[in-house]
Design a protein around this ligand. Structure first.
Ligand SMILES: Cc1cn([C@H]2C[C@H](O)[C@@H](COP(=O)(O)OP(=O)(O)O[C@H]3O[C@H](C)C(=O)[C@H](O)[C@H]3O)O2)c(=O)[nH]c1=O
Length: 177
């Protein structure tokens, strides 16, 4: 019996994973990640780095970030506090869904994660205050290989749900495609 539900998206290989919860009067236990079980969904299972972000202001956008090959990292993104609109953009050369984006609400409540293969840009907008995300990366941080898309690039036309409340200067400065 798998402890994860696999939810397909319109972009091949980009998946939403829903964690099952085993509840009792104390609360619940859920398996957060499982190399064996998620391998069935195409996850390589290598974890090179785990990052944790806290974002205080509702409406903040972080992204859209990626690392260039050979540092192009797969990410397993989960929200453990609050709720975010999580977005991945397909940057894989030759992909039939090249430059298409898909967004999902990830929250502490819905126990959903975005399983993002290498070759995607990633970003999110917070839907409430004090949102905490955990990222599992299959390759280490390589600042020299970092790139970014402008979250408001008309060529992407990402449907952010809220007016933007805050963005880093770096993110604001990303040029349009
Ligand atoms: C990504 C990363 C950053 N840093 C350092 C670099 C900066 O001094 C500081 C903040 O980095 P940055 O402003 O790039 O953080 P975010 O804007 O939240 O970027 C992240 O958020 C978007 C949505 C992502 O998908 C990426 O995982 C990541 O790029 O942490 C590290 O030391 N290690 C790391 O792995």
């Amino acid at each position: 019996m798998s402890r994860f539900n696999r939810i397909a998206t319109p972009i091949p290989d980009l998946l939403v994973i829903e964690r099952q919860r085993f509840g009792d009067e104390r609360g619940f236990l859920s398996r957060f990640f499982c190399r064996e079980e998620l391998a069935d969904f195409g996850a390589d299972g290598t974890i090179a780095q785990i990052n944790h972000t806290m974002t205080h202001l509702k409406g903040t956008i972080r992204g859209m970030h990626f690392q260039r090959a050979p540092h192009d990292e797969a990410k397993f993104v989960s929200c453990l506090a609050g709720s975010v609109f999580d977005v991945a953009v397909d940057l894989r050369p030759g992909s039939p869904t090249y430059l298409q984006w898909h967004g999902e609400v990830l929250s502490a409540e819905n126990a959903r994660s975005m399983m993002i293969p290498g070759g995607f840009a990633h970003g999110f907008q917070t839907l409430c205050e004090d949102c905490e995300l955990i990222y599992l990366h299959d390759k280490p941080y390589a600042p020299e290989a970092e790139g970014g898309l402008n979250a408001f690039d008309p060529k992407l036309a990402i449907g952010w749900p809220l007016p933007v409340a805050q963005m880093s200067a770096r993110d604001q400065a990303f040029t349009y495609i």
